[in-house]
Design a protein around this ligand. Structure first.
Ligand code: C2E
Ligand code: MG
Ligand code: MG
Length: 625
């Protein structure tokens, strides 16, 4: 903003420099010409006075000569007078007996005794006209020069002013208009909302809809950025046409519409129709492009909600609608405000927890299908808030993802988990990776660095990620997954079955393992469908050469059914709940004893975390590690 102001100021100054120079030169020339005229006038005036005096002296001498020759001065021949006029340079020289009062120059003609015989009179050229008659070429040249200069300066100033007006209009447009759609931008929308609020009558409601285009990134990735741009332009146009209110583009894929209506119901009705209009396919470069939108709506009723409140409410409503993954409309309600405050609380406290290092990592065993031996652990983040107590990852991880804290959080877990994994050399160590972390180009480097620091073999490390990783930027995701593969770590698709789970994804992206989501496991034993689904997933994994792991196993029946379906690895409360690293330390010797069975471990180790000395001796004997 500051930069653009200073740029426009310097452009302005540059634009005005030429006319300013010309105006200065013109002024200088004008002053010089004026000065020359004054000097010339004074010079001519002096010369004329001297010439006049000479002429007068010569006339007196001529009169003396005439008198000396005995001729009568008063009887002079008109031809002689004309000759005198020519030779001495008089204008209209006359001899008059009587003096006519007037403007003419006079010279008395005296006789020998000094009596006046008559008067020689002539016209004196005015100094100005004489000066003009002498100076006209100079004056003409100056006048032409001046007119030229003035014309040039006027033309330049007009041109500069026109350019200035255009560039000011352009700068205004840049500052207030979105160049792609021609719609008002965020800054201008603020003015338009203010104007709508100021203009509403007591019976009216001002409503604001913030509209987000879902999947613009995919359109860009699949069809190309030019189609994405064309889509935005068409979208903006459709929005403008769809309603009488003011529409604007307030972010990359975010638009806004402000409406004044008699009541909130009517505004909602209009927004619903607009949503339908926006959802129709877009015909771009001879192909139909379909998008979805999420709309957050807030109303400024008579509750004193001003512009900031209105915008904030519409915004948190949109974010809430997006979190709920509900493409469509959501209207603001006070519960969303509370939800927003709770999220803000978590964000603030989580930041503090990261700084204070009060976060912890717990580990949940992953066991072989027979349920007898631990083959790995999954690292799960734990946060015990000083006042609120335990806060679940499902609550704070999404907040961390949306606020950019997930990078630090993920790094903390990775470092801690791989450092702890040194205690259990025979176990694999699974770490959850958020899709947001995978979007970070530095993530692969971080994994490499932590592997190097901890000297853990990459083949022991399993990175668990959900299908969300593949959605936003499939190309980037593929590149990063390939790079991780190249390092030698294993990649697991977590919560399989809850996302998009398409075969295309599984074939295209090189995962090593599928983790069947808890939801499918819990359906086991309740219907035939549950088992059929598990068998289908296992068959799919086998066909694609992937390992299969089931999570959330709570009953022996589930374990048996999963084992029968061909599931190789299992995780669940049936075997052990997540616990601090010491629980795994204590569990490990027992757990790897084939005869002991993990269910006994769970009873004796997880519940009490203090295995008896007898068990320890026994386990030492059977420890396969
Ligand atoms: P997840 O990766 O699918 O982790 C398994 C979750 O299921 C864990 O919940 C675990 O405690 C729970 N669980 C395991 N066995 C059972 C069972 O038998 N019954 C039931 N009801 N639950 C079981 P938790 O620790 O609350 O974590 C929830 C989710 O939070 C995780 O799901 C993961 O998506 C996320 N999460 C946890 N830690 C991290 C982390 O360090 N980074 C990231 N990005 N996400 C994490
Ligand atoms: Mg997991
Ligand atoms: Mg899971």
């Amino acid at each position: 903003m500051v930069a653009s102001t200073s740029t426009s100021t310097s452009t302005r100054a540059r634009r005005l420099a030429t006319p300013r120079l010309i105006a200065t030169l013109g002024l200088f020339a004008l002053s010089a010409a004026f000065f020359c005229v004054i000097i010339g006038y004074l010079l001519v005036h002096r010369i004329d006075d001297r010439q006049e005096a000479d002429r007068r002296v010569q006339l007196v001498e001529v009169i003396g000569d005439i008198r000396a020759s005995g001729a009568d001065v008063s009887e002079l021949d008109p031809q002689f007078l004309a000759g005198l006029e020519r030779s001495l340079g008089f204008k209209d020289l006359r001899f008059e007996d009587e003096l006519d009062p007037g403007q003419r120059e006079i010279q008395p003609a005296l006789d020998g005794e000094g009596r006046i015989l008559g008067w020689f009179t002539w016209e004196r050229d005015s100094t100005i006209s004489q000066a003009l008659s002498r100076l006209w070429p100079l004056l003409l040249a100056s006048a032409i020069g001046l007119v030229g200069f003035a014309g040039l300066a006027f033309w330049q100033v007009r041109r500069a002013m026109r350019e200035l007006a255009l560039s000011e209009q352009w700068a205004w447009q840049l500052a207030h208009e979105d160049p792609l759609t021609g719609l008002p931008n965020h800054r201008r929308m603020i003015d338009l909302i203010d104007a709508a609020l100021a203009a509403r009558t007591p019976g009216e409601v001002v409503s604001l809809a913030v509209i987000d285009i879902d999947g613009l990134n995919e359109v860009n990735a699949v069809h190309g950025r030019h189609i994405g741009d064309a889509l935005l332009a068409d979208f903006g146009e459709r929005l403008k046409q769809a309603a009488s209110g003011s529409a604007g583009r307030i972010g990359d894929d975010e638009f806004a519409l402000v409406l004044t209506t008699p009541d909130a119901q009517e505004a909602l009705h209009i927004f619903t129709n607009i949503a339908k209009a926006l959802a129709r396919p877009y015909w771009l470069a001879e192909q139909a492009v379909q998008i979805e939108t999420t709309i957050g709506i807030a109303h400024a009723l008579r509750d004193g909600a001003g512009r900031d409140d209105l915008m904030r409410r519409a915004d948190i409503t949109l974010r809430a609608a997006k979190r709920r993954n509900s493409c469509g409309l959501l209207e603001f309600n006070p519960a969303l405000d509370a939800e927003f405050s709770a999220r803000r609380f978590i964000e603030r406290e989580l930041r503090r927890a990261l700084d204070d290092k009060t976060l912890d990592v717990h580990y949940q065993p992953i066991v072989a299908a027979d349920g007898a031996s631990i083959i790995g652990v999954e690292a799960l983040l734990r946060w015990k808030h000083p006042e609120r107590g335990d806060i679940e990852p499902n609550v704070f991880v999404p907040v961390a993802e949306q606020t950019g804290l997930i990078g630090r959080l993920g790094e903390f877990v990775l470092r801690r988990a791989l450092a702890d994994a040194k205690r259990w050399p025979t176990l694999s160590i699974a770490v959850n990776v958020s899709p947001v972390q995978m979007r970070d180009p530095a993530f692969v480097g971080l994994v490499l660095a932590v592997l190097a620091e901890t000297r853990i073999s990459p083949s022991r490390v399993v990175l668990e990620m959900t299908e969300g990783v593949l959605i936003d930027n499939p190309e980037d995701a593929k590149r990063r997954l390939d790079a991780l593969h190249a390092i030698g770590v294993q990649l697991a698709l977590d919560d399989f079955g809850t996302g998009y789970s398409s075969l295309t994804y599984l074939r295209r992206y090189r995962f090593d393992m599928l983790k069947i989501d808890r939801g499918f496991v819990q359906a086991l034993g309740q219907s035939h469908e549950g088992e059929a689904i598990i068998r289908a997933i296992v068959a799919l994994a086998r066909a694609l050469g992937l390992k299969i792991q089931a999570e959330g196993i709570e009953t022996e029946e589930q374990r048996v059914l999963l084992r029968l379906a061909g599931c190789e690895e299992m995780q669940g409360f049936l075997f052990a709940k997540p616990g601090p690293r010491e629980t795994i330390d204590k569990m490990l010797p027992l757990a790897n004893a084939p005869a002991a069975g993990l269910r006994r471990v769970k009873r004796e180790s997880v519940a009490d975390a203090r295995p008896r000395a007898a068990d320890r001796t026994k386990s030492a004997r059977h420890n396969v590690a």
